[in-house]
Write a protein that binds this ligand. Structure first.
Ligand SMILES: [Zn+2]
Length: 418
């Protein structure tokens, strides 16, 4: 089947057998009898969108926090609320986040939080794909052992669960919330149990200044010295990275996860996405938690990433639409460890996909579907979502979740956090 230069195959039949794509054929070519046929007339089928950095349960704090810079936002608005969260709260809020993500075309995410067994149960029931990890916060020596124990137990228990849809990582929260010993022991453990490290890195100028004062190095240099990059690293944000930091990330095959909405909301700055891609860094996209991002909408993140990259580089050719889509699909899939299985629609690959209607007036006349997808499409244009060949959203309905029940429960829980 002929692909155009941008990889788009016009007017195709896509055949799925079991959990995998089996064939991409000219329209009408599939023929035969199928268990199920999804009408994709006027739609674009994309490999599923990958939200490479989020905290699902923070949907519970959507709209709750005042607009503050990151450090005050965390210490005054978020951490006091998080201390009052129960395991059940996290379960319901995670379901809410999953419902929202599926509706917006996301098929996989990387989530870091606590009460992670609850998050994992929610993911398992929902049918989404996820890389999950317990967020280690250990700024004092007494916290190190208990935190690492929790992180390790979770990573070992859930790796490969959900018929292989769930993978795990280890997540020291950030350079400013974890002692050096945490990083060294986490890296050793990650090597031993063969999981990546998912963390926050260089999110604010304050973080970089503080680590430089304390350690005489940038956060990336410091983590490299501690051996963290000896395993695959997923580093959320990377807003304030130097040329040398970019070299470090590229040399070790690390992923920088750009979260444009959250960065703008908390005035963290604009990540040098164009420079990182030019420097050979794998750049993925994420929403971060809904408390800062507002929503978990990856189509919007693609648009903002592209627009911000152009502003920062002073170049309208920076992060063109097709590359923004790659960041949200194949690059995200690689970051989560599914680079060989996901991220493109080809025979043999896992049948994760999102069908986006291109029929709306805001997408007319339709010169170029990729340009329209990034600069004009809406989350509401998503008409079907598949993971491992299973429909999670179809015909306007979530297939594995009762969204009314989830909303009702989350509204009740939210009364305690007003
Ligand atoms: Zn985050």
């Amino acid at each position: 089947m002929q692909r155009a230069a941008d990889g788009v195959v016009p007017h195709a039949d896509v055949v799925i057998e079991g959990r995998r794509y089996e064939a991409i054929l000219p329209r009408g070519g599939a023929g035969g009898a199928f268990d199920q046929v999804i009408d994709g007339e006027g739609c674009l089928l994309l490999p599923g969108l990958v939200n490479a950095h989020t905290h699902l349960a923070m949907t519970l704090f959507r709209g709750a926090a005042r607009d503050l810079p990151l450090e005050r936002w965390l210490s005054e608005e978020i951490w006091p609320r998080e201390r009052r969260l129960t395991a059940k709260d996290v379960y319901w809020a995670s379901l809410l986040g999953l419902a929202e993500m599926i509706r917006g075309g996301t098929t996989a995410c990387a989530d870091m939080y606590f009460f992670m067994d609850e998050v994992a149960h929610a993911v398992e029931e929902t049918g989404l794909r996820a890389l999950l990890s317990y967020g280690i916060v250990a700024p004092t020596p007494d916290r190190i052992d208990p935190e690492l124990k929790k992180a390790e137990a979770f990573a070992r228990e859930w790796e490969g669960k959900g018929e292989g849809r769930i993978r795990t990582a280890l997540s020291p929260h950030a350079p400013y919330t974890c002692l050096p010993e945490v990083w060294q022991r986490t890296a050793a453990l990650a090597r031993e149990i063969r999981v990546p490290i998912h963390t926050h890195l260089a999110e604010t100028a304050e973080e970089v200044a503080r680590i430089r004062t304390e350690k005489g190095k940038s956060p990336a240099e410091w983590l490299e010295e501690l051996g963290v990059f000896s395993v695959p690293v997923i580093a959320a944000h990377c807003v304030h990275v130097s040329e040398k930091d970019i070299e470090i990330l590229a040399a070790h095959g690390a992923t920088a996860v750009h979260c444009p909405t959250s960065n703008m909301r908390l005035t963290c700055g604009i990540a040098p996405v164009h420079d990182m891609l030019k420097g050979g860094v794998n750049v993925a996209l994420g929403t971060d938690g809904a408390a800062s991002a507002g929503d978990l909408n990856m189509i919007e993140e693609m648009r903002l990433a592209s627009l911000l990259a152009k502003q920062r580089a002073g170049d309208p050719a920076a992060l063109p639409a097709a590359e923004a889509i790659r960041c949200a699909t194949v690059r995200g899939a690689a970051a989560l460890g599914w680079g060989k299985e996901l991220g493109t629609i080809e025979p043999g690959r896992r049948a994760d996909g999102v069908l986006i209607s291109m029929k709306g007036p805001h997408l007319c006349p339709g010169y170029d579907p990729l340009t329209d997808l990034v600069y004009a499409a809406q989350g509401a244009d998503v008409t079907a979502v598949l993971v491992d060949g299973h429909p999670l959203f179809q015909g306007g309905e979530l297939q594995t979740l009762d969204v009314d029940a989830i909303r009702g429960r989350c509204r009740r829980v939210a009364r305690r956090f007003r």
